[in-house]
Design a binder for this molecule. Structure first.
Ligand code: FES
Ligand code: FE2
Length: 377
């Protein structure tokens, strides 16, 4: 069995090596990005991301068994419990004396109090009603710190949470938390969608242009990973923000976007030979039509002071434009179930693939989770 398992891992590694190498050449048309990219690093990320043996059956696994981002590393206030939910599952977490994290249902199994106003003492979360001390024995799921974020999972199927790539060593990171009024699949489609930029991200604060994208490619990397690459027209405002891109000449930025089932997308935009911007989205659904976006911004330019703030502000402007669209989205389930995606535009082959991956996705329901939790305890 062990030999078979190792052979399988080696095969996956080899396939990824071939796919990545081809993808890089295919996607970026030999631009400098390929030459600079640390392919080994990407392979390792993919290998981890694929959890050593991703199979189609995992696409049927409930979301609570994946790593769900619940906040950034510093979101815990000392000695205060941290309340969050994954779909309908209400949870509470706290830091123990050894600086590890514990989580339990936000529900005291004594007389049913919520625990978010509980005290933390001796590494236990004390219920405010009669003082029951919640400890390791009451834990529900696990919390880990990874890539400057905190993640929760119940009986996780992935070894580690997804990492937003660094691409190179001289990158700095910045983070934004945002809430969008849409479900997880449609938030994911949006972050991989090429066609809305022209309409939603137009104007002086947007990067969208009515000049069509060039060199669209759709790359199916693995059962759970979809990529797309294209060249996007660089508008004057973006050139101005990036400073040393010549204003007079027509330029296109190389883009590569990647979706990893269920809740990660990241993209890299190459503004010129040196300047790369990576935006990553780690998302967690918190209501039927509400999803938390934990946004990672990584760049090797505009790294400090006011420039870093400008980049952060630009990202917030773009997020607010998407938010406005999500508020416009019809939430009529009958219409959505009957007609959505029956009309499609160009450059959307990768969205069709994502749709197939999401076929068995279900918003996490508390009843399903309780049944699973009871059968596993
Ligand atoms: S309800 Fe929590 S200790 Fe009684
Ligand atoms: Fe957008």
């Amino acid at each position: 069995m062990a030999i078979l398992h190792s052979a399988k891992i080696f095969l996956i590694y080899l396939i990824n090596a071939i796919i990545y190498k081809n993808t890089l050449i295919l996607s970026y048309n030999n631009n400098i990005f390929f030459e600079n990219m640390n392919i080994k690093l990407l392979l390792i990320i993919t290998l981890i991301g694929n959890c050593a043996c991703f199979s189609a059956t995992l696409l049927n696994t409930p979301l609570y068994r994946y790593w769900n981002c619940i906040g950034f590393k510093h979101c815990f206030v000392d000695n205060k419990p941290y309340q969050f939910n994954v779909g309908e599952i209400p949870l509470i977490a706290w830091k123990t004396e050894n600086n590890t994290y514990l989580s339990t249902l936000n529900f005291c199994k004594h007389f049913g109090s919520t625990l978010n106003e509980g005290k933390i003492e001796d590494g236990c979360l004390e219920c405010p009603y009669h003082g029951y001390k919640h400890s390791e024995n009451d834990k529900c799921g696990v919390i880990v710190e990874h890539d400057n974020k905190l993640w929760w999972s119940y009986n996780p199927v992935e070894k580690v949470p997804q990492t937003i790539p660094y691409i190179g060593e001289d990158f700095v990171s910045d983070y934004i938390e945002y809430e969008m009024n849409e479900n997880l699949p449609f938030c994911m489609y949006n972050s991989m969608d090429i066609n809305h930029a022209q309409h939603i991200h137009s104007g002086i604060f947007g990067f969208g242009s009515d000049i069509p994208v060039k060199n669209y490619k759709h790359i199916k990397k693995a059962e759970n990973i979809i990529g797309t690459s294209f060249d996007h027209y660089l508008k004057g405002n973006i050139k101005l923000m990036n400073k040393n891109v010549s204003l007079g000449t027509e330029a296109f930025a190389s883009n590569y976007h990647e979706y990893i089932y269920p809740s990660t997308t990241w993209s890299v935009v190459s503004h010129d030979e040196y300047k790369k911007l990576v935006i990553g989205f780690s998302m967690t659904p918190v209501d039927t039509y509400k999803t938390k976006w934990y946004v990672t911004i990584r760049s090797n330019y505009m790294k400090e002071g006011i420039n870093k703030n400008i980049l952060n502000l630009a990202a917030r402007m773009i997020l607010s434009q998407d938010k406005k669209q999500f508020e416009r989205q019809s939430k009529n389930t009958l219409l959505r179930d009957s007609f959505i995606h029956t009309n499609m535009l160009n450059n959307e082959d990768h969205i069709q693939d994502m749709k197939k991956i999401f076929k068995n996705y279900e918003y996490p329901k508390l009843k399903d989770f309780i049944d699973y939790h009871i059968s596993n305890s």
